[in-house]
Design a protein around this ligand. Structure first.
Ligand code: AMP
Length: 560
């Protein structure tokens, strides 16, 4: 298949914001992919060449693409940079500068999708000494035989900024339409995706029929999207959702880790699907010696404690362990962790997600050799007595936990969902996980750095919608928690556009924001605004898929 066919598709997709239209366009294209047996090319539709569970990145900077554009077009680096300052989009610059190549070059070189896919994959695999030059060579090779428009999309793909608007939900509906038009199979496609995090696999399974699609399994060794709770503030509400008799557990203030053992290796994944195995050799060791089974997947909350006082520490204190790539052994000693296991999803070669929670809990108690400050099943009571539940809740707060999780005893495990099988009960502190989509440079003492942040919720139809601007909560000085300076460093590489003091930021960085209440407001694209927002935590382990939705914002606004 010629790459130009992909480009044509990208242009069509970018040309409409209507979801149904996009789904129709995609479904036609997917039929073509199916005929050619090229399931993996489905990744290209979202600017990738590997599955979502695979965290490899291209690792390409704007600077390197500028070099490649300059090398192939013959235009100097500095002119490309000055064009960039004017236009602000390297994709468009590539289109403009490379579109001027003579027709004869184009005629002799028709760029094939195989070639694009292969080179992009090779780029992903390159690391270490000499890799930058090799990457440059691979990019230049593609640009050398690309038309202007093709160059635009190659550059945008490399910079993770495809901008054709193919969200998960759109691709899901398109796969459903391709194979089961009119049969309402969207939820099944979504579930298969939540279990695999791989659209190519879902696409193939769907092509084999409904039964195959419905029997999609989770697999050890791969990250999964975890099940999430809904928020309540009262026991009555919790019991209405979860049933009369429920399990109540401490809500630990740590971070979520899915522990996976495939018979050979123990692997650790965050909620954002990042592999953090190397950062936590201590967890790997404890799991090897304290969990029985030929294979398993455990859902856990990892909590830090002070090695001297043996006091549990808030999330902030250990959050640095998640990203740290060096001095790991030192950190293991300084910031040790305890694993609180609250669910088991897979054991000895079989999925156990579909058996009731109470049975899964029994299984996990059986396979874990509990040891304080190493690993243990989450502290739990099973009760229908409101007074007892209330006491347990208050006790949890007294011991410094955030609250409790209340769980339905007969519920199955649904990856990636807030289905109401679990609720979290916390004191009435309003907080939401939101993603940073923009920022502003400060003035006066804070000039030069990004000091206020536009935060957004997600919406199935419209992507990310702003709900406010927050400029407090981060720290001024280093210590516990992220400083303004550190946040500035995190956000800079994600800037996509600058307009006066405001910058636009790729939606990747998740923060927990507290606020007093939510009001209707025409000033933000969601139509709502948080009042007195404050960043409570930076959440490096959380991804955009589990931030608050517009529906939650609306509900919250109505409550007050
Ligand atoms: P929140 O981050 O406030 O939405 O609360 C949900 C998070 O609480 C989950 O993603 C887990 O990381 C964490 N958590 C702590 N303790 C438990 C528990 N016993 N069961 C389930 N999740 C828990």
């Amino acid at each position: 298949m010629k790459y130009s066919e992909f480009v044509e598709l990208y242009e069509k997709l970018a040309g409409t914001t209507k979801k149904l239209e996009k789904v129709g366009i995609l479904a036609n294209f997917l039929k073509e992919l199916k005929k050619r047996g090229k399931s993996e090319w489905i990744y290209l539709l979202r600017g990738r060449v590997v599955a979502d569970y695979d965290e490899r990145e291209f690792g390409i900077s704007g600077k390197l693409t500028i070099k490649a554009i300059s090398r192939v077009s013959g235009v100097s680096d500095s002119r490309v940079v000055s064009e960039y300052r004017k236009i602000g989009d390297l994709g468009e610059i590539a289109e403009k500068l490379l579109g001027q190549k003579s027709q004869s070059t184009l005629f002799s070189a028709c760029l094939k999708t195989e070639k694009v896919f292969d080179n992009l994959r090779k780029i992903m695999g390159l690391q270490g000494k000499g890799s930058v030059d090799k990457k440059l060579g691979l990019i230049a090779e593609l640009l050398g035989s690309a038309s202007g428009k093709e160059a635009k999309y190659i550059i945008r793909t490399l910079l993770n900024d495809l901008r054709v608007g193919v969200a998960d939900a759109i691709l899901r509906d398109a796969i459903s339409k391709t194979f089961f038009d009119g049969e309402e199979m969207e939820a099944d496609v979504e579930e298969a995706y939540d279990r695999t995090n791989d659209f190519a696999e879902v696409f193939e399974l769907a092509g084999k029929g409904k039964t195959k699609l419905k029997s999609t399994e989770i697999r050890p060794g791969r990250p999964i999207k975890v099940m999430l709770p809904v928020k309540v503030t009262e026991i009555d509400e919790a019991l209405r959702i979860c049933g009369e008799k429920v399990a109540v557990e401490h809500k630990y203030d740590g971070f979520r880790v899915v522990i996976s053992y495939d018979g050979k290796n123990v692997m650790l994944f965050t909620r954002k699907l990042d592999n953090v195995t190397n950062q936590f050799p201590d967890i790997v060791n404890v799991v090897k010696s304290h969990v029985k089974g030929k294979s398993f997947i455990l859902d856990t909350e990892v909590v830090g404690y002070d090695p001297k006082t043996k006091k549990y520490m808030p999330f902030e204190a250990i959050s640095q362990r998640i990203k740290r790539k060096h001095d790991i052994e030192k950190l293991v000693k300084e910031l040790p962790v305890e694993i609180n296991v609250f669910d088991v999803l897979y054991h000895n070669g079989n999925t156990v997600m579909d058996i009731p929670f109470i049975k899964r809990r029994k299984l996990l108690e059986k396979i874990i050799k509990a040891e304080h400050f190493k690993i243990r099943p989450a502290t739990q009571i099973i009760s229908e007595d409101k007074k007892k539940i209330d006491e347990f809740y208050k006790e949890a707060l007294r011991t410094g936990e955030e609250g409790v999780m209340i769980k339905s005893l007969d519920a199955i495990y649904r990856p990636g969902r807030r289905v109401g099988f679990i609720v979290k009960m916390k004191p009435v502190v309003a907080d939401l996980d939101l993603v940073i989509v923009g920022a502003e440079y400060g003035t006066g003492k804070r000039a030069g750095g990004l000091t206020s942040f536009y935060v957004a919720c997600k919406d199935k139809e419209n992507g990310f919608l702003e709900v406010g601007r927050v400029s407090s909560g981060l720290k001024e000085k280093e210590g516990e928690g992220v400083t303004y300076k550190e946040m500035d460093k995190i956000l800079r590489p994600l800037i996509t556009k600058t307009s006066g003091r405001k910058v636009f930021i790729k939606p990747k960085v998740v923060v927990s924001v507290t606020y007093q209440n939510i009001q209707k407001s025409p000033g933000y694209s969601s139509g709502y605004a948080l009042r007195f927002p404050r960043i409570m935590h930076y959440r490096p382990e959380r991804g955009v898929y589990d931030i608050a939705s517009l529906d939650e914002i609306k509900k919250d606004a109505e409550r007050k």
